[in-house]
Write a protein that binds this ligand. Structure first.
Ligand SMILES: Cc1cc2nc3c(=O)[nH]c(=O)nc-3n(C[C@H](O)[C@H](O)[C@H](O)COP(=O)(O)OP(=O)(O)OC[C@H]3O[C@@H](n4cnc5c(N)ncnc54)[C@H](O)[C@@H]3O)c2cc1C
Length: 442
């Protein structure tokens, strides 16, 4: 009997994870990718000068390490994260809960209680489940509420705010606290690692796994109409699915979030941090106080912006020529905004690293429109595939018990616009593939 055929549209982490699940089930799988290279949000490229390799989107992968089964070399910095202040030592997220707590001064005990040191040693998934009822309620809270109730110092509150800001939600909005708590928990459980060679290494490893199972990937192959196959899985935005499947009303009320403005630098040397602790962490949060971060997330595009910065080249010599470095940073801006945040971001780095600008050899700047032109899933520059507020956490992209199904039989959506949402983890893809296999009896 001939094998059943599946087509996956898009080669992001969810598309590739879905394709692997389908190929494992014995289907003939072809992935069509619009871009010239595979990977979606996991691409690494020479964006500035020859020999300088930059992660175009995703850079740091706590979720990827916890949830993706890939054979790659994970690198880790001594601290996962540094949060510098204007006139105090930086707070550090380390694998050890006690060491992390110690860097939070008067909030050390509060931090220990918050992340529950006794979870240490659990598997990452068990650990996330181990939030328990109280933890889950906290996770569904706003960062503002948790910061106010749990911490008594500006230091503790600012540290939580930087992590919660990954939600791309105002910090007084639920469930911004959950993003912070999950990231901190993962920091203790699996670290915040990054692949040697950049995020492209994850894409290449997933692609190798798929090809090993007989799957095929076709690049420079944008899909404009539904392919003929037993199963079609779309690693696309709901808007793109509506276009391809000629379903103009599909997910009409779906809301996209703020955009990102991203800078990549080729540097003549490492970033000259005023506080040398910042050179021990691959990720640095530049926002100083709770209030400053909250303002930036409430009004994306505000100056000074809260800046998320990564400096993987300090531990990965594949990123830049010997002695030179790369750095990656972004801040949040309004959806589809044209605002140029280059000067604001660089001023924010300079504030904590005087002399930084003198080390910039070249830069690449991408606002929402450039990000979307690079990858059509980044609608208006939204890197989470759609707003991740409380309502849309459970109605991605439609309010259905099984949101992966679409009105077209055999056609499914599997991108970050489905549960559990944004990030390089592949879970949306695996969940959608399971539903598709069950529905079609493949
Ligand atoms: C600046 C930035 C920084 C980020 N940092 C991190 C981070 O540090 N850690 C982390 O975990 N996550 C990070 N993310 C988020 C992460 O990259 C995404 O959540 C993740 O890649 C989503 O995966 P996906 O498979 O749903 O879609 P994507 O990775 O976006 O892949 C979708 C693919 O589908 C293709 N496609 C779309 N439509 C079509 C079509 N019609 N035909 C053919 N192909 C099509 C696109 O070209 C794309 O390659 C970041 C994102 C950005 C933009």
């Amino acid at each position: 009997m001939a094998s059943k055929r599946a087509v996956v549209v898009g080669s992001g982490p969810n598309g590739l994870a879905a394709a692997i699940a389908l190929a494992r089930a014995g289907l003939d799988v072809v992935v069509h990718e619009a871009g010239e290279t595979i990977g979606g949000g996991m691409r690494t490229a020479e964006l500035t000068l020859p020999g300088f390799r930059h992660d175009v989107c995703s850079a740091i992968h706590p979720l990827g390490r916890a949830l993706l089964d890939v054979d790659i070399e994970w690198l880790e910095s001594p601290a996962a994260l540094a949060h510098p202040f204007d006139d105090e030592e930086a707070a550090l997220l380390r694998r050890s809960v006690d060491e992390t707590a110690a860097s939070l001064g008067g909030d050390a005990d509060a931090y220990r209680r918050l992340v529950r040191a006794r979870w240490h040693g659990l598997e990452p998934l068990q650990l996330l489940r181990a939030f328990g009822v109280r933890g889950s309620l906290r996770a569904l809270s706003s960062a503002e509420r948790v910061a106010r109730r749990v911490f008594s110092t500006d230091r503790g509150r600012a540290f939580l705010a930087g992590n919660a800001a990954h939600s791309m939600l105002p910090l007084d909005t639920r469930p911004s606290a959950g993003f912070g708590l999950v990231l901190l928990t993962l920091g203790h459980a699996v670290g915040w690692p990054f692949p040697r060679g950049g995020s492209q290494a994850i894409a290449d490893a997933l692609a190798a796994k798929l090809r090993g199972l007989g799957g095929e990937i076709v690049t420079s192959s944008p899909v404009d109409e539904l392919p003929d196959a037993d199963i079609v899985l779309c690693d696309t935005s709901p808007r793109e699915l509506a276009r391809i499947a000629r379903l103009p009303d599909y997910a009409r009320g779906y809301r996209y979030g703020p955009g990102a403005f991203k800078l990549d630098w080729a540097l003549s040397g490492p970033i000259p941090w005023r506080d040398p602790r910042c050179a021990t962490a691959a990720t640095v949060h530049l926002g100083c106080t709770y209030e400053e971060i909250a303002r930036s997330e409430h009004d994306p595009g505000t100056v000074p912006p809260f800046v998320l910065l990564a400096q993987a080249s300090l531990w990965d010599d594949t990123r830049a020529p010997v002695g030179q470095h790369t750095a990656w940073a972004y801040c949040h801006v309004p959806h589809a905004s044209d605002v140029d945040m280059t000067d604001a971001i660089e001023s924010q780095v300079e504030r904590f690293a005087p002399g930084f600008r003198e080390r910039v050899l070249a830069r690449s700047a991408r606002g929402p429109r450039e990000l979307e032109a690079h990858n059509r899933n980044l609608v208006g520059g939204d890197l989470n595939g759609g707003l991740m507020d409380l309502r849309q956490l459970y109605t991605r992209p439609v309010a259905k018990l099984v949101p992966y199904r679409t009105p077209r039989k055999g056609v499914y959506i599997c991108s970050a616009a489905t549960p559990p949402g944004g990030g390089v983890h592949g879970m949306c893809g695996v969940a959608a593939a399971k539903v598709a296999l069950r529905d079609t009896g493949c």
